[in-house]
Ligand binder design. Structure first.
Ligand code: 1HN
Length: 347
């Protein structure tokens, strides 16, 4: 339906000539396409773990992981309720799997990341390799890979699911299928992909076959050690503290082509400079506590909290104690398309 602002006098032409032929006048809407700056429905928000953990645990009394297929509470952006997304292009949720439970094998064209929030010892199997998960691990489930989850430990396990669901939906490229059995057969030992591809080595005749990293699990112990070693030089970035990006060792690009993932260390009392970027970003607090100024709001965070920074919102983070933040966004997509921008102020 056309609301005529530019030329209300042309309404009869719009209605009687254009509309019946599925035509619409660009000049009435050009200003909304050609905007000075991005305008997004995505809002800044925080899900403090202390406020949502009970609700998540209660889901285990109400539905099994198998009944649910995936027992996930979606982190719905308050500006996009009912659209099952955390940012315009990304899905985020917290998945719970209880001891003894199985989430059956399936695959889909959407790519997923798991970032482990609570628990120890449950597994995700990706294309026949089980990876045992520990807090702070970053686990990949690239597009169209078979995956199932299981918890053989004696404690609940919670992880952050990050997927490119809305992006794949926009491109109308969604395919999915269940595996004929509940569990995909294990064909490789745990740790196989890390040993083969994650040690700065590769099998001698290895050839890169896909845009995804061949490593399924980037363990937190190694990421943390890298940050701790790097901090000795005290070369802090004014906007980010010490910030690393997870890479596909085949090509130095992001671990998956649609999902950029990062880990950063902010030392006690560090205050970042104002920063903004076009990739709306979801943060998961791994260690420590602090606060973030996002636009004109302030969010206090501590371990296991999740918060979202919208596209092109001014952000500044302050650590009350040494803090480690995981984050993800669609940055690699924006960069591939030549759309990504950042504003570091004068830093
Ligand atoms: C999915 O397959 C998983 O495999 C988690 O654990 C979250 C959200 C949307 C679509 C598929 C999983 C998902 C999902």
């Amino acid at each position: 339906m056309i609301v005529a602002d530019v030329r209300p006098d042309l309404m009869p032409y719009y209605k009687e000539d254009c509309d019946p032929k599925n035509l619409a006048p660009l000049w009435e809407v050009l200003h909304s396409f050609a905007r000075k700056e991005p305008k997004s429905d995505c809002q800044a928000y925080i899900w403090q773990y202390k406020n949502i953990r009970d609700t998540l645990m209660k889901s285990a009394d109400l539905i099994t992981a198998e009944q649910a297929e995936r027992r996930v509470l979606i982190l719905e952006n308050p500006g996009m309720r009912g659209r099952y997304r955390v940012t315009t292009s990304l899905f985020a949720g917290l998945q719970l799997i209880m001891p003894g439970e199985i989430a059956p094998a399936h695959r889909h064209t959407q790519a997923a990341l798991r970032f482990i929030v609570e628990g120890s010892g449950a597994y995700t199997a990706v294309n026949g390799e089980k990876t045992i998960m520990e807090e702070g691990d970053f686990v990949l489930t690239p597009s169209w890979t078979w995956h199932d989850h299981g918890n053989e430990s004696n404690q609940p396990m919670v992880w952050l699911d990050g997927l490119d669901v809305p992006l794949v939906e926009t491109l109308d490229t969604t395919f999915a299928e269940p595996y004929p059995d509940k569990i995909h057969p294990t064909t490789r030992p745990s740790g196989d992909s890390l040993a083969r591809y994650g040690m700065g080595l590769a099998p001698v005749d290895y050839e890169q076959k896909s845009p995804n990293s061949p490593i399924f699990n980037y363990p937190y112990v190694r990421t943390r050690e890298a940050l701790e070693m790097m901090r000795k030089t005290e070369e802090w970035d004014l906007c980010h503290g010490l910030k690393l990006r997870y890479i596909n060792p085949d090509n130095g690009q992001s671990a998956m082509p649609t999902l950029g993932t990062f880990m950063q260390l902010l030392p006690k009392n560090f205050e970042t400079s104002n920063y903004k970027s076009t990739d709306a970003t979801v943060f998961s607090v791994v260690e420590g506590s602090g606060k973030s100024f996002i636009g004109d709001q302030v969010f206090e965070w501590s371990k296991r909290d999740h918060f979202v920074v919208p596209c092109w919102a001014q952000q500044k983070h302050i650590a009350n104690e040494d803090a480690v933040l995981f984050s993800f966004s669609d940055r690699p997509v924006q960069q591939t398309l030549g759309l990504w921008r950042e504003d570091r102020g004068n830093n």
